[in-house]
Design a protein around this ligand. Sequence first.
Ligand SMILES: [Fe+2]
Ligand SMILES: [Fe+2]
Length: 151
Amino acid sequence: MPNEMSRDTIQHSLLHHNVLIVWRPEYNLGIPIIDEQHRGIVTTINSFHYAMQHKHGESMLHPVIAMVKEYTHIHFEVEENFLKYCEFPDLENHIVMHNELRHELTKIGGKSLMNQNPYQFMDFLKKWWIDHICEKDRVFHEYLLKIERKK
Ligand SMILES: [Fe+2]
Ligand SMILES: [Fe+2]
């Protein structure tokens, strides 16, 4: 029966949808606004991954780049203000790393349509997630624990 078939297809797609990044509690840094924004970045990566798997990567590329640019602008500002506020000692270096990512995003966003492809942008997003959020941002958590212990 066609209806049963389509229900099966939907069910299969829901149960076996391959989420690229599954959010785990250990990703939380303990700073609610930053954790919330990191989760937003993961959602964007997962949505874009889903679009690519369903052959919508090309048409989603521009809206996703524009969205990530705006989101990055806000997120880095929030993070830098927070680090200033809690006198994070490595603030200058962290701003340098953010500036490199800002620069890379401007470069990607400035490319012509012909020179962009979803796979390259996904590589950039994965690098941002793995090298920056999971590694460089992780130190805030340790720093906050250190401050807490001193109190
Ligand atoms: Fe971050
Ligand atoms: Fe950061």
